[in-house]
Design a protein around this ligand. Sequence first.
Ligand code: SF4
Ligand code: SF4
Length: 499
Amino acid sequence: MRPMAQIAMVMNLDKCIGCHTCSVACKQAWTDRRGMEHVWFNNVETRPGPGYPRRYEDQERWRGGWQLNRRGALRLKAGGRLHKLAGIFADPGLPEIEDYYEPWTCEYRDLAGAPAPYDLDPMVERARRRASEQVRFAYEQTFMFYLPRICEHCLNPSCVTACPSGAMYKRAEDGIVLVDQDRCRGRRMCVTGCPYKKVYFNHATGKAEKCTLCHPRIEAGLPTVCSETCVGRLRYLGVILYDADRVTAAAETKDEKALYEAQLGVFLDPEDPAVRQACAAAGIPDDWTEAARRSPVHALISTYRVALPLHPEYRTLPMVWYIPPLSPVVDALSETGHDGEDADNLFAAIDTLRIPLAYLAELFTAGDTAPVRACLEKLAAMRSHMRALDLGEQPAPAIAAAAGMRPEEIEAMYRLLAVAEYEDRYVIPTAAVGDARRLEESALPDGCSLDFDGGPGMGGDGPFGRDAGRKLLPVVSVQNFHGLRRRQTADTPDEAKED
Ligand code: SF4
Ligand code: SF4
């Protein structure tokens, strides 16, 4: 077992109102510069719809992420570095500026007669193919939700392997994926390599840039800008412990539909004494292990199992997970005059509304509807159970049992999903001085723990590219850390000054 720690995010899609506050806040903080006009480290997509850049999920065209070769080993879908170097002047997998379009421009002239957004969605195409002609897409026009997206800070990032300059790397101490601007040569293979199209090319500097998970704030124990500003309070941040030894095998799981379970199997239980011992031996600071125990992200992903990964079939093991929305089901029920909070109605509707279920499964579980149904049933049970309590009634134990939960679990999950305080939604350990120094020292001789011959990367360079894991930030001084925290949280320049 080689335990490692990763800062991960969960977003509750039932709460997203599509206001784009997160996108604008991130834009102002990080990409409000020349050459970055088309860049949205955080974007919010209306689904079903084409996404951003347009149809980025069509990997037959863009060839992002990983695939298995004939021997069942991982290889970049876009081909190896030699193959890519041969096509350096014309890469068909690279989005053009038209593919990014201008998300804020309302094309009034095109409103009538434009193709419906769901017709441009590759996931609708896949769901249609799977559903066959017998099933009509009757709910397409009433079924919609918002999908906020940032870089997934993947455990097995194809962008890092695609980079021929060793400029992309995954930090050993917290798993954040970054671009070393000094080393980037602007070859843009990371843009092609990322199946989520979350690396962007800055036309002014000629370098690649991407979401940094707001690492200066994370290091100071503060949530990311997009989380902090989210009006729906739908984002959760916390530590996940995982076993680096299991990453390659999980990503090489043959059956796409088994990739969700395989990724769950990579995560470690922070309550397990053996895991805690292994973490201490691996040099993971105690406050990180402690934070993993209190991690809302661990609770939602592994304890309650209501969060799912986005496109596990890309095999990058993404670390931003989503709680699928129950609201399309509730809305459909309410529109037909039924009680949208009645447990029996909800459970029956989840199964009846096969199209939302199939569509969500294309997004989160490579088409397997069973895990999506299980998540929605838990959310439906929570809704009915809590409504009974609100009305002063005794909730029927059968409601919780039908979703495979105990009433106390449902109530604890409700506290986290509905009424959690700031401190419960963001459990972020700080980059302490001693730990930063020790991690820096420990990272230098060995490199990244996944950086080994025969790993999921290409050739002997390891999955995170040449020199992966060797570029830690300079040690943060305590004074700087407190100063940074003060600056990040102050409302006025005076408040930001030293006491
Ligand atoms: Fe981020 Fe994963 Fe894309 Fe790399 S491959 S840019 S880590 S989403
Ligand atoms: Fe932008 Fe920070 Fe959110 Fe990344 S984590 S999308 S950099 S605000």
